[in-house]
Design a protein around this ligand. Structure first.
Ligand SMILES: Cc1cc2nc3c(=O)[nH]c(=O)nc-3n(C[C@H](O)[C@H](O)[C@H](O)COP(=O)(O)OP(=O)(O)OC[C@H]3O[C@@H](n4cnc5c(N)ncnc54)[C@H](O)[C@@H]3O)c2cc1C
Length: 395
């Protein structure tokens, strides 16, 4: 176990704080900063050692609204994340290799509309801000137990340290131990369809395009999404029934060069296989309103639409506010409603990508046929893979 800015905590000691944040992913780091900014004494508890590097680009797309939320916590966060990220200016969509939508945006003169960078970069900015703020952070010691006490909660870690806090913000990810100990279930579904994601190292510039391919000819007719971010490209391939996704990922060096013909050499730095998760916690707080779930501890969402980390940052900011203002039940109701709306939007995206009904396939095919002279059809083909826009990510 190691500590961040604070003095080290001996095993078996008892530490008190107004708020204990569990998990130092992007959501926990944001929650700790937001709680601290509201004057709440905060301790941040993380299972990983401080220097453990998490693999892969993961959440590469940071929405404008997320930057605004972070700026309200600490004005420097938004500008630093923006400075580290890439704003691409072109979005294209192709149908079987034929362009159906192409749009070039002017370079932003003021605030950027979004920025793209590896999640580790965002976490690095947030971690440094926690250090600079002097937030007591304990690394390399997982929270194992949760017990309600008069006026709060007691957590106990693997190393045996007890932490007493008025409130706990559980940002300990998809397999949240806090959620589990609080007896809260995750409800929802996981897609059968698998997706293979590959990171390719490189230096795309602002002229690089985000491209969605329906039925990519060089990918055996599979759907493919290419997203440039600072440091590389993200390649996302939708497998077909019967595909061996793990083998596809393991042989990425053979097929990825065909999808990025302008990139040479193609240096693959990470591959992963995922399914569309659409799961929401049955409750975002416990009956005593001492535990608040946030981020992936509260909801699992797929990458398409970039709702996962972005909505988790909103959870974090709102959770700190709820603790400070004594509005935990309202937090739980509003953020759960937001998560359900995001799950529905992700469902619409998946439905479109799978196009299992004949009527859907005909509609998409017809839109591709007329897109050259009906721009609205091309715009629809461009936007639909991400699901409908929801204000719930951002409110
Ligand atoms: C392959 C992949 C691709 C993705 N792509 C996208 C994308 O394109 N867009 C998008 O928005 N999102 C994407 N995501 C999701 C995104 O990574 C998550 O939404 C984000 O990491 C959630 O942040 P979090 O802080 O809630 O959880 P996490 O990042 O999982 O952080 C949880 C933290 O809690 C710690 N922890 C766990 N248990 C304990 C414990 N008992 N005690 C103390 N600490 C604990 C963990 O070590 C971890 O540091 C992707 C994820 C993956 C895996």
């Amino acid at each position: 176990m190691s500590t961040g800015a604070a003095a080290s905590v001996p095993a078996s000691a008892s530490v008190s704080a107004a708020v204990a944040v569990v998990g130092a992913g992007p959501v926990g780091l944001t929650a700790a900063l937001a709680a601290h900014a509201r004057g709440l004494e905060t301790v941040l508890l993380e299972a990983r050692p401080r220097d453990a590097v998490r693999p892969g680009s993961r959440a590469v797309f940071v929405h404008r609204a997320t930057l605004d939320h972070l700026a309200r916590v600490d004005p420097g966060l938004s500008s630093e994340i923006t400075a580290r990220g890439l704003v691409w200016s072109t979005r294209s969509t192709l149908w079987a290799g034929r362009p159906v939508h192409h749009r070039v945006y002017p370079a932003p003169s003021g605030l950027v509309p979004f920025t793209c960078l590896a999640q580790n970069e965002v976490e690095d900015v947030l971690r440094r801000a926690c250090d600079a703020a002097g937030i007591r952070t304990v690394w390399g010691d997982a929270v194992r137990e949760l017990e309600h006490r008069p006026g709060g909660v007691r957590l106990r870690t693997a190393a045996g340290t007890a932490y007493e806090a008025g409130h706990v913000i559980a940002a300990d990810g998809a397999r949240s131990a806090v959620r589990d100990r609080a007896g809260i279930e995750l409800e929802g579904s996981t897609s059968e369809t698998e997706f293979v994601v590959v990171d390719v190292a490189g230096a795309p510039d602002s002229g690089a395009a985000r491209v969605f391919h329906y039925r990519h000819p060089a990918a055996g007719g599979r759907n493919v999404l290419l997203v440039p971010f600072r440091g590389g490209w993200r390649v996302d391939v939708q497998c077909r029934p019967g595909d061996d996704a793990r083998r596809t990922a393991a042989t990425a060096d053979r097929w990825v060069p065909r999808l990025l013909p302008d990139v040479s050499p193609v240096r693959i730095t990470w591959t992963s296989v995922y399914r569309f998760q659409r799961r929401v916690a049955a409750r975002f707080t416990d009956p005593r309103h001492r535990v608040l779930l946030a981020g992936e501890a509260a909801h699992l969402l797929p990458p398409f639409g970039a709702r996962g980390m972005n909505s988790g940052v909103v959870d974090a900011v709102e959770a700190a506010r709820a603790v400070a203002e004594g509005t935990v039940p309202r937090y739980a109701a509003e953020r759960r409603a937001a998560a359900i709306a995001n799950v529905r939007a992700a469902g619409a995206a998946l439905d479109h990508l799978l196009a299992e009904r004949r009527g859907q396939r005909v509609r998409q095919w017809a839109a591709a046929r007329v897109a050259a002279h009906r721009p609205a059809a091309g715009r629809w083909l461009d936007a639909a893979p991400y699901g409908p826009t929801t204000r719930t990510v951002t409110y």
